[in-house]
Design a binder for this molecule. Structure first.
Ligand SMILES: [Zn+2]
Length: 332
């Protein structure tokens, strides 16, 4: 491990275990943001997956570490705290509603009795609709065969997005990093183009997202609650007033219909929000909303732009790095 990382880990750990740290975090809450838990740690290590995916070993390691340093609580215990606890609180959130949340994450949440909240992009639930970055990314990574890859490259070229030669690098790490950069650049394409490209990618045998039966089962466990993360995962700040209202209403109504106790918490796709979006979210009966800005929650600040700490495969494997970021976020 690099010396800088070691220092961060050590000072983060000291902070969590010092009277000053414990004092600063007393009554405060840490909200973590995850997306996917894959079946393999090796697969989650690659740069183009690292930010949004963790592997099962890393995830388990993270849960054990969290239980050691925090009270792992449901999200609402942080947003509407009852009794103050001695230890700082942490709540887990998952964005998008990936099927692997039920298959790979839930058994571990159950094993360690750690509650979690999952935020669903509701159009995807129970359908074969796919998330563009996953379908395009994995097709270009050659997870679905060379023919599909070449076809997609041709379509991208047609849209003026030729695949850079670095994406053919024989070194796996470098190739994956180049793919990550390329995918980030695709965010500027129109949603229509992205949907068309996604339709050109091969279908996987199983849907990417949870179905409503899985949602129901997870909710019935008492360990998981659900909230909306857009309907189509459109970036809310880019929508006109009418489409914004449609996205918010459709996602809220799907949750009201599909869950017994949906959370009064909205979760912005990509974290993007502005004053107009926040106002509309409040008008759709959500007193709270999660963004992607980092920081710890002390009950102050805008409840419609709650901060979170993102968890990547790297952080899950080295949770000491997380305590460093919490330390940075907790400093006055
Ligand atoms: Zn998302």
């Amino acid at each position: 491990m690099a010396i800088k990382q070691l220092l961060k880990r050590t000072s983060g750990w000291l902070y969590l275990n010092s009277p000053v740290g414990r004092n600063q975090l007393h009554g405060a809450g840490v909200i973590l943001m995850l997306h996917r838990v894959l079946a393999s740690d090796q697969a989650a290590e690659l740069p183009h997956r690292n930010e949004l995916c963790v592997g099962p070993k890393a995830f388990e390691h993270l849960l054990v570490w969290l239980k050691k340093h925090f009270d792992c609580v449901p999200l609402m215990d942080i947003l509407q705290p009852g009794a103050r606890s001695e230890r700082p609180k942490v709540a887990l959130t998952f964005d998008d509603g990936w099927r692997d949340n039920a298959v790979n994450a839930f058994p571990l949440l159950q094993k360690y009795q750690v509650p979690a909240s999952i935020f669903l992009s509701t159009d995807f639930i129970g359908s074969h609709q796919r998330f563009w970055w996953e379908s395009i990314g994995e097709t270009l990574w050659n997870s679905h065969g060379e023919q599909a890859r070449l076809h997609l490259i041709e379509r991208l070229q047609y849209l003026g997005r030729p695949l850079p030669t670095q994406c053919d690098d024989p070194d796996q790490q470098r190739r994956s990093l180049a793919l990550l950069n390329f995918l980030q650049g695709l965010k500027t394409l129109s949603p229509l183009d992205l949907n068309r490209l996604t339709d050109d990618c091969p279908q996987e045998s199983l849907p990417q997202a949870l179905d409503w039966q899985q949602v129901h089962n997870l909710e019935a466990s008492g360990l998981v609650r659900f909230g909306p993360h857009g309907a189509s995962h459109a970036i809310l700040t880019g929508l006109d007033d009418q489409r914004l209202d449609e996205e918010l209403s459709r996602s809220r109504d799907a949750l009201l219909h599909g869950c017994n106790q949906p959370l009064p918490v909205y979760c912005y796709p990509n974290g993007d929000n502005d004053a107009r979006v926040r106002q509309q979210v409040a008008r759709h009966d959500f007193p709270f909303a999660l963004g992607t800005g980092t920081g710890i929650y002390r009950g102050a600040g805008d409840p419609l732009a709650l901060p979170r700490f993102g968890v990547s495969q790297r952080t899950a494997r080295n949770p000491g790095l997380l305590s460093w970021r919490i330390y940075r976020g907790a400093r006055p």
